[in-house]
Design a protein around this ligand. Structure first.
Ligand code: CMC
Length: 386
């Protein structure tokens, strides 16, 4: 192609140097700052994960406690944002409301765009990580015409989010530890995934020196698409469409038929070709959760049958098609009584520390090159005007 290489969808172009997340697709390996994802999911909380991504090191016991307190203190949002939310119509999509809310934060903080000292970076990062769950729960509440619930400072990060989703004024909510752990693990597993589409969007904005919260809002926009953050919602929709165990064979046959565009949602991955390490962890959590909550729906039976067939079928095995993170996260969120339209919002809460860590990494480089890819022009050659 002469001057530059053509790489549609950037499948073979590294767009940056980064010290945050490492993926080895062939080995099914994912690490945050050098720590394996299964260690993080099993031994650490989402807040520890966020701290690690933002600061480069795991927190000590004392730092972990301080970070929790800091998150609680910063969880409230400016009352003006409530008024903004009042103006959105009923049933507005929570992703649209959330993106507007995050964007609105840029009207309140750092109007001048100057973030220079380590303290300013930390304050900017902590504030957004702390406020996104509140804005997310508010988005759900407003979308459904329910009274909003303010953060409860006595609760942990994930417990508090579930509480703001479920509670009613003056009514006790029962949050089981297994439910909190399941959601906390989902957040942890989503916290970063190197240069995926939404993170690339965030970095592109960072490269123009745009406001960090405007960059996060752009990340939310990118994540909304069904090829990205919307995939787990598609998994549940597909399981509902299949409906009963006796229909599974018919749909497996359709997935294998080259003349049928039907694909099994929640199977396959661009990077992981042996297994998705996040899926392995979630499968375990899903089984424990279903057991403890005593859930045994037809949908779970359908999912189990699909999984069993696909893991043993030549078509799927030979193409390296294994269940991915979305195959399990949808069923977990459903068991937590979180509605489908909130699935991508849950992803946003998990991904926010990753986005901000990537934004900060880029902005703290000595020199910053604006993201400015070229193109292959395929339009008309010069025409003579007449
Ligand atoms: N069902 C049936 N066949 C499939 C599927 C599937 N889900 N996925 C891939 N294939 C087949 C595909 O037809 C092709 O077959 P052949 O070689 O005979 O032509 C082969 O497998 C390779 O597929 P590909 O589309 O070239 O692979 P890709 O790396 O471009 O796509 C993918 C990856 C995730 C887009 C794709 O597997 C897919 O559409 N999966 C279903 C949607 C889904 O679950 N998405 C969530 C991904 S995880 C999200 C995240 O990490 O954020």
């Amino acid at each position: 192609t002469g001057m530059f290489t053509y790489d549609e969808g950037y499948t073979s172009t590294a767009s940056c140097e980064s010290k945050i997340t490492y993926i080895d697709g062939a080995a099914g390996k994912l690490m945050y700052r050098g720590y394996d994802i299964s260690y993080m999911a099993k031994e650490k909380s989402f807040l520890d994960t966020a701290y690690l991504l933002l600061n480069g090191e795991l927190p000590t016991k004392e730092e972990s406690k301080e970070f929790r307190i800091e998150m609680n203190k910063r969880a409230f949002v400016h009352e003006g944002i409530r008024k903004l939310y009042d103006s959105f119509p009923d049933r507005a999509h929570p992703m649209a409301i959330l993106s507007a809310g995050v964007s609105a934060l840029s009207t309140i903080y750092f109007n001048h765009l100057e973030i220079n000292t380590p303290e300013e970076y930390r304050e900017m990062a902590n504030r957004i990580v702390a406020k996104v769950p509140t804005l997310a729960a508010m988005s759900y509440r407003y979308s459904n015409g329910m009274p909003i619930i303010y953060p409860d400072l006595d609760k942990t990060f994930t417990e508090n989010f579930l509480y703001m989703m479920r509670a009613y004024p003056h009514k006790h909510v029962d949050l089981k530890p297994i439910e909190v752990k399941a959601l906390d693990t989902i957040f942890t597993l989503h916290a970063d995934h190197e240069q995926n589409a939404s993170t690339t969007a965030v970095r592109n904005l960072a490269s123009t020196m745009a406001h960090p919260y405007a960059a996060i809002s752009a990340g939310i926009g990118a994540l909304w698409g069904r090829s990205h953050g919307g995939a787990n919602e598609s998994v549940i929709r597909q399981l509902e469409m299949i409906g009963t165990v006796d229909k599974v064979d018919e749909f497996i046959a359709r997935a294998k038929d080259k003349n049928d565009p039907f694909r099994l949602m929640g199977f396959g991955h661009r990077v992981y070709k042996n297994f998705d390490p996040r899926a392995t962890i979630l499968k375990d959590i899903r089984d424990k959760l279903m057991d403890e909550l005593g859930i045994s729906s037809e949908l779970v039976a359908v999912a189990n049958k699909i999984e069993h067939i696909a893991l043993n079928d030549e078509y799927f095995v030979s193409r390296g098609l294994y269940p991915n993170i979305d195959f399990y996260s949808g069923l977990i969120l459903r068991a937590l009584k979180i509605p489908k339209e909130m699935f991508a919002v849950i992803f946003v809460i998990g991904r926010t520390p990753g986005w901000i860590a990537q934004w900060s990494e880029l902005r703290q480089q000595k020199t910053i090159k604006i993201a400015r890819p070229r193109q292959l022009y395929t339009g008309k050659t010069e025409r003579t005007p007449n």
